[in-house]
Design a protein around this ligand. Structure first.
Ligand code: ANZ
Ligand code: ZN
Length: 849
């Protein structure tokens, strides 16, 4: 008898599969396609449990689809540009490329040990010149479509990483997504991509994605932030100029008591009276340094000062003061607002602080005027001339219509989404392929000169500024169009650009002539199942959708959306020990489990589950799990412990449990007496035991298939496999062909989850082909029909026992079986039956007296 030895069989099969090219993507095949994609990892150096979970989920899906007759594309690559490599260079003197490729090599090996059925021949690394050549080429496509441009802008500056960040990379507390530093504002000339041109389509096409979680679609919709309202113009007194405002509440226009400009607004200087000039300039300077969040938070005090200028409300003819204030943002709408303190929370606060007039123009249905705070709900218009008595909704359109007719306003749609700032003043990214010429302006690097290679002889003197700007040989180049000395752009691209198109490259990953052959990419796209973390719900997914639409409009792609179905996997959490007083995390090795206290201070520790992380000492190293139990157990545990989109609590006992289950399967299969008798086609009539076993087998096929096909409920699928293994262990017909069918079924159904052990058992059963190339089993509906059912007998509603009865028995027959049963007779004896309630298929209840 041989024991289950995962280390040995896993290494053996991984090697064999590679030799035989089992995971290679079929190219000449008329099978339907299935593109299974995991979000590619950043090569940090070692795999963590989040990766293991992500890639295991995608792998099971890929394996299932292959068995179900699809040609499957299941690739992997590396999101390999980015700051950590550069910081390693600064801190330890290792060149970023070397650091990155070492990490890639190590992580690739770890991934291979998980037994992932990945086609490694299509591997991409975004930092490799044969990839970023095409990133640069795509940038030039944007440039020539007018979708890439430079502009001077107040940008988010990360003082730790010394670089500009996109709005999307600053969290709700105003911190950098990477360094955690509070972001500052700076005025710089930067490159942008015009994602706003696609705002409407990016919003509308969310409806084309029924296979995405609603939560993610909602986050994207909120990020795009469509609002509908009006553009209205307020003439400036004494000038031939107007202040345009954007408002979502044109129905409140009679309540405007002042107008506010963003301090950066070009009209600010011009409306300011000489007496106010010095104060206005000082205030504007101060505000520009504040983050957007500080400026707009509803709970922060609103600050501002009058410009001394006046404007006219075109509806009332009233003269109103023009102010500047921090809560008006230059980049949103028109950079100016009409102040309606009676009906807007921020305006109300501002008016109270600055002693501005508050004029109520909307009242609730019940007619009571609200004066103690802003009344922001819709209601009935008052103090609004001819519009009095109208409901807000109706009033909005009436006001816009009137303004349009008079020529001082119109309806307008506004998005919160801004253009995407892609310039980074860092080294380890794809250089933006343009050259600045004194005569010709901004000239694209000709296609034949791509890629603009990152120079390797860089010096990292320390944080601050891009090293590229320091390199004469990189910077000073002749202008590609006139030949005179010119300067190369030294900004590199945001790494989110690299990941916005990598899924388009996998179908044709080695193409040296083209970004990809459209025929190949259109054939495989869109991705049928994308799996990754919820942290990418906005940035990466929105940018990828944007790139897809732009490349479609350039004639390269023939579809609108890159990812048909999206699964956002939950987090892997580890048991965490925390001192509630000091807030310090304590490594479990230092904790006495029976009496968990801080070894230093003696405080009783809090114990809970939290996302695994180094700083919390609650991580489990995948490497160790692989060494101890093998990849199959690790995969089984991760899939069994929780549904894929839910958080998963790591528990050693449950890992053990899966290891024991695989051992049980091993013993079950290897102890089959007569392996030669194993033949698969067994549908003939058999004994009762055989029929029951066959029902268990086909129930398993049905349930596992349904669990996998619906919402990928791997955990319940594995439960079904456990039931089947129990049924096989308990079967009294172990010499029957039905039993062999059961054994084979168990191995085949388990194959996507635990690919190595099943391959080994498959061969031990005498097969010479791979279990992973077998067709997925179909259940026989006839096998599911039960001959007998269990009928519960109740007396006065109380269950007293059960009997087996023919499944097809009708109500009358059921009552007869129940009456005649020993149980009923025992309890009823001598008493009168007053009533009998029959629930077909379930129970018979006797009411006695
Ligand atoms: C007058 C008004 C009256 C407003 C009222 C609201 C309520 P969303 O929904 O986000 O699009 N606003 C416009 N531009 C702004 C800017 N650059 N900075 C700060 N605030 C700005 O919000 C649109 C509303 O936000 C606009 O409608 C405007 O205030 C303000 F009872 O106009 B409202
Ligand atoms: Zn030139």
């Amino acid at each position: 008898e041989f024991r289950y030895n995962p280390a040995e069989i896993e290494a053996k099969w991984q090697k064999t599969w590679t030799e035989f090219g089992l995971d290679k993507t079929p190219t000449n095949s008329d099978k339907p396609k299935f593109y299974a994609l995991s979000m590619f990892p950043y090569p940090s150096g070692s795999l963590h449990m989040g990766h293991v979970r992500n890639y295991t989920i995608t792998d099971v899906i890929a394996r299932l689809k292959r068995m179900q007759g699809y040609r499957v594309l299941h690739p992997m690559g590396w999101d390999a540009f980015g700051l950590p490599a550069e910081n390693a260079a600064i801190d330890r003197g290792v060149p970023p490329a070397k650091w990155t490729y070492q990490n890639i090599a190590q992580m690739r090996q770890q991934l291979q040990r998980l037994g992932l059925s990945i086609d490694w021949e299509r591997e991409v690394a975004t930092c490799s010149p044969d990839y970023y050549k095409w990133t640069q080429w795509i940038f030039l496509q944007f440039l020539s479509s007018g979708l890439a441009y430079q502009k001077e802008a107040a940008v988010n500056w990360d003082p730790i990483d010394q670089t500009v960040l996109a709005n999307e990379q600053v969290d709700s507390e105003g911190r950098s997504w990477r360094s955690g530093a509070i972001v500052e504002r700076k005025l710089l000339r930067q490159w942008f991509l015009k994602i706003t041109d696609y705002a409407e389509e990016l919003l509308n096409d969310l409806d084309k994605l029924p296979g995405w979680p609603d939560r993610v679609k909602l986050m994207q919709a909120n990020w795009i932030g469509k609002s509908t309202g009006a553009y209205l113009e307020f003439p400036i007194v004494g000038m031939d100029e107007k202040i345009g405002v954007y408002t979502t509440r044109p129905d409140t226009v009679y309540g405007v008591t002042y107008v506010v400009l963003a301090p950066e607004h070009p009209l600010t200087k011009r409306v300011t009276t000489p007496e106010q000039q010095a104060a206005v300039e000082a205030f504007a300077k101060e505000v520009t340094n504040q983050s957007e969040l500080e400026r707009t938070a509803e709970d922060k005090p609103k600050r501002g000062i009058p410009t001394g200028g006046k404007a006219i409300n075109p509806f009332t003819g009233e003269e109103i003061p023009v102010w500047i204030a921090d809560y008006v943002l230059y980049e949103y709408g028109t950079g100016a607002v009409m102040g309606v303190p009676a009906h807007d929370v921020r305006d109300f606060k501002f008016a109270k602080e600055q002693n501005l007039r508050i004029k109520v123009v909307i009242i609730p249905q019940d007619g009571k005027e609200e004066t103690s705070q802003a009344y922001t709900e819709p209601g009935i218009m008052i103090n609004s001339g001819d519009f009095d008595g109208m409901a807000s909704g109706e009033g909005k359109s009436a006001i816009v219509k009137y303004a349009d007719k008079q020529g001082f306003g119109k309806a307008r749609v506004q998005y919160r989404l801004r253009d995407w700032l892609i310039s980074r003043q860092r080294y380890w990214g794809a250089p933006i392929p343009v050259i600045h010429c004194g005569k010709c302006g901004t000239v694209p690097v000709p296609d034949e000169d791509l890629p603009v290679q990152l120079p390797e002889d860089v010096e990292f003197s320390g944080r601050g500024g891009s090293p590229l700007a320091q390199m004469e040989a990189f910077v000073n180049v002749p202008c590609p169009s006139c030949g005179t000395p010119a300067k190369r752009e030294t900004d590199t691209m945001d790494t989110f650009i690299d990941s916005s198109w990598y899924f388009l490259r996998y179908p044709d990953a080695k193409n040296e002539q083209q970004v990809f052959d459209p025929a190949k990419t259109n054939d495989w796209m869109s991705v049928d199942q994308y799996v990754g973390g919820i942290e990418h719900a906005i940035l990466h997914l929105l940018y990828s959708r944007f790139f897809t639409k732009v490349l479609r409009d350039r004639g390269l792609l023939n579809f609108d959306e890159p990812f048909q179905r999206l699964l956002t996997q939950g987090m892997v959490q580890g048991l965490t020990y925390k001192n509630p007083v000091t807030g310090k995390y304590i490594p479990s090795a230092q904790v006495e489990i029976a009496n968990p206290r801080d070894p230093e201070t003696g405080e009783t520790l809090q114990i809970f589950y939290e996302k695994m992380s180094k700083s919390k000492y609650n991580g489990i190293d995948p490497e160790q799990v692989l060494v101890k139990y093998g990849a199959d157990t690790a995969r089984m545990f991760i899939l069994f412990k929780a549904p894929p989109e839910k958080d998963l609590e790591w528990e050693d006992a449950d890992v053990e449990g899966q290891f024991r289950f695989l051992n049980r399967v091993w013993r079950l299969v290897t102890s089959v007496d007569n392996m030669d008798a194993m033949n698969r086609v067994t549908t003939k009539e058999g004994s009762k035991a055989e029929k029951e076993l066959r029902r268990a087998i086909h129930t398993a096929i049905k349930e596992v298939t349904e669990d996998l096909e619906g919402d990928y409920q791997f955990n319940t699928a594995i439960s079904e496999l456990m039931k089947l293994s129990n049924a096989l262990a308990d079967a009294s017909c172990k010499d029957s062909p039905i039993y062999s069918e059961g054994i084979q079924t168990l191995v085949m159904l388990l194959a996507p989850f635990a690919p190595h052990i099943t391959e080994e058992l498959w061969h031990l059963l005498g097969n010479s082909d791979s279990v992973h190339t077998q067709p997925w089993l179909k259940f026989d509906p006839a096998a599911l029909i039960a001959d007998e059912i269990t009928l519960v007998i109740q007396i006065m509603g109380k269950t007293r026992g059960s009997i087996q009865v023919p499944a097809q028995a009708d109500k009358v027959a059921l009552e007869k079986y129940a009456r005649e049963s020993e149980i009923a007779q025992r309890y009823i004896e001598g008493k009168e039956i007053k009533k009998v309630i029959v629930v077909p298929g379930k129970l018979v209840n006797f009411v006695i007296g």
